[in-house]
Every structure is written in C-alpha cells, then in structure tokens.
Design a protein around this ligand. Structure first.
Ligand code: PMV
Length: 337
C-alpha cells in the first residue's frame, strides 16, 4: 500500500536469535561485537503509525493507548531526531504504537517496535532507501530491530568499527538467509517471574567490561555462526537447535561471570530446561534458547510443536505457552489493518 507523505503505518514482528547478539563495540552507533542470526516470528506483531504535525513543538508518543514517558519516550524521540537529521525535515511527529504481546509477557518488544517505527518514520519523513538501509536505521533504535526488518531466518552483520562514521554505520546491517527444508516451530514459555532487574543494554555493557568469559564466548559464537549457516543450508534442524542452545547457554554463562553477576534464569526457567532434556531423551529434537529474561523458547520440528507445548505446560503450570513459526518481514500498511 502507498503511504501518503507525512503519514505512514508499518507492521513488524519480533525475532528470536539463534546465534545471540550480546555486546557492543560502539554504543552510539549500536555496532555489535559479533554477527548474530535470528528467526522472525509470525506472532505478536507491533503496528506503528507516524504522522508529522507541523504545528507541534514536541513529539507525542502513545504506546498501547498510553502516553510514553521516561526512558521509552526519550529513546523514541532520539530515534526520530536521527530520522529528522537525515531527511532534512524538522516537523515533530505523532507516534501511535500497538503491541500484541500479552501484557507482562516480558518478551523483548524492542525489536518489533523499532523495526515498525523505522519503516513508518522513514516513509512519513520521505527518507529514500532500500531494505538494507532500513535495517541499518532500525539498528540505531535497538540492535535486534535490524533483524526484524526481514522475515524468516536473518543474519545481522556486525560490520567494522571505523574512524569514518558513515563507513562504520553502513557496514552493519541484516539480510535474509535461505534455509530450504527447515520447518521449525518456536514454543515460547512465558514463565511468571516479575519485571527484569537489569536492562539488556546495561547487562551487555557489564558483561563486556567485567566478565572473564566474554571474549571466549564471542570467539565460540563466531564459530557457532559458521556451523549454524551450514546447518541451515543443509536443512538440519536438529543441528540448528543444538548450536542455538549452546550459544544461548554460553551467553548466560558470560553474564553469570560478570561482576556483579547478571542472572535472568528463574527457577521456572530451569524446570522448562529439564522438561526439554526429557523430551530429547524421548527422541524429540527440541532445543532451548533464552534472552535477557526468564522466558524459555523451544525450537523443534513444526510437526511436534503441540507435543512440546504440552510437555512445557505440564512442567511449568504457571507459564503461558505460545507456538510461533517463521514470520514475515516488516511492511508498510494502509493503516486499516
Ligand atoms: O536489541 P536489544 O538491545 O534488545 O538486545 C537483545 C539481546 C538479546 O535478545 C539477549 C539477544 C539477541 O540477539 O536478540
């Protein structure tokens, strides 16, 4: 659909990394230390409308029907400032964003949120650029958002830090990766564990600065990425799961070794990890991944998603369980749906 200049709406879905992004080499440009690889989901979309208001003195941001405040409002305005600087237009904007992630799910909505905002804001302010340019732009809002611009399996290139800012910025973008014959589901166990204690931004910084396990993990993650691409290329979902699981647990090990430690795993997370081990003993190719929170995501063949979801729900009865499959990239809509 064609958006009228000055008013655009975009939809984007969250993504879950199978090779994690953990640690920046440039905080302002949001350049990661390692490449990462993710799967965009087909559930929990974010829809965001950006409308320029030539009469407003400041941006007005509504998230889920409520005015944004504090850090959330500050990050969105900083992102719009970047879009204004690039477009050469100064108008303030009215931003209206709706998330379909169940409240309190604790699933990172920053990826879908900043991917949708990047698309809608670029269209509203008339920024030229292809999907790769949008991915670079979304990255500046939240690193993982660079990957939600694309659907299916997505690789985010770390790029190279450089004295030339433009060169550094253009080197770090995401792009889709073909995975013929891979037909996965991601079973998401939302365990009940309250709000997270440490933001991913702060946790990454602390890990890079203080954890003796960070550099070894980064090195092994680079090797994991090579193996992951090969496993995707030959359609070997069990290998994809095995590599994803070790990469994620290794990331959590780097945080546990930070000073002071950052621990996102809750007792219920470990219960789900045990249930997945049990499933594997029963011959199901199910593997876990976890992000900056207690929720557990289980990668498995799509045909076995119901069985995995049942086992997870039985093991952690207080958790809500959702089943996702690979989903689409971010797109502009006409705003009606
Ligand atoms: O993009 P951020 O700042 O929300 O960081 C996301 C980091 C992890 O979710 C833990 C890993 C990843 O690659 O998505």
């Amino acid at each position: 659909a064609q958006a009228a200049a000055g008013d655009a709406t975009a939809v984007a879905h969250p993504n879950i990394a199978l090779i994690k992004y953990w640690g920046k080499s440039d905080e302002r440009l949001v350049l990661p230390r390692t490449d990462s690889l993710s799967m965009t989901l087909d559930i929990f979309p974010t829809t965001t409308r950006v409308r320029l208001d030539p009469h407003a003195g400041e941006d007005s941001v509504t998230l889920g029907g409520r005015p944004a405040t504090g850090e959330a409002a500050r990050r969105i305005t900083a992102f719009l400032d970047l879009v204004r600087e690039r477009s050469g237009r100064g108008e303030r904007a009215v931003v209206d964003s709706e998330n379909t992630v169940p409240t309190g799910a604790g699933l990172a909505s920053s990826a879908s949120g900043f991917a949708a905002l990047a698309l809608a804001a670029a269209a509203a302010y008339g920024l030229e650029g292809d999907a790769r340019a949008l991915s670079r732009l979304a990255r500046r809002g939240s690193g993982s958002a660079s990957r939600s611009v694309f659907g299916g399996f997505v690789l985010w290139h770390a790029g190279q830090a450089s004295a030339d800012e433009e060169q550094a910025d253009s080197s770090s973008y995401a792009e889709p990766v073909a995975a013929p014959g891979v037909d996965p589901a991601l079973v998401i166990a939302v365990v009940n564990a309250g709000p997270k204690a440490v933001s991913s931004r702060e946790a990454m910084r602390r890990t890079v600065d203080t954890s003796p396990l960070y550099e070894p993990w980064a090195a092994s993650s680079r090797a994991d990425l090579v193996e992951m691409r090969a496993a995707l290329g030959r359609g070997d979902l069990a290998a994809v799961g095995e590599i994803a699981e070790r990469n994620a647990l290794g990331m959590h090990a780097t945080m546990l070794a930070a000073r002071p430690a950052v621990r996102y795993m809750a007792p219920a997370s470990l219960t789900v990890l045990d249930a997945v081990l049990q499933l594997r003993q029963e011959g199901v190719a199910a593997y876990v991944t976890m992000d900056a929170g207690p929720n557990v995501k289980v990668l498995c063949p799509r045909a076995q998603a119901q069985r995995v979801a049942r086992a997870v729900a039985e093991a952690a009865p207080d958790s809500a369980v959702h089943i996702a499959a690979p989903g689409p990239g971010a797109r502009l809509t006409d705003g009606d749906g």
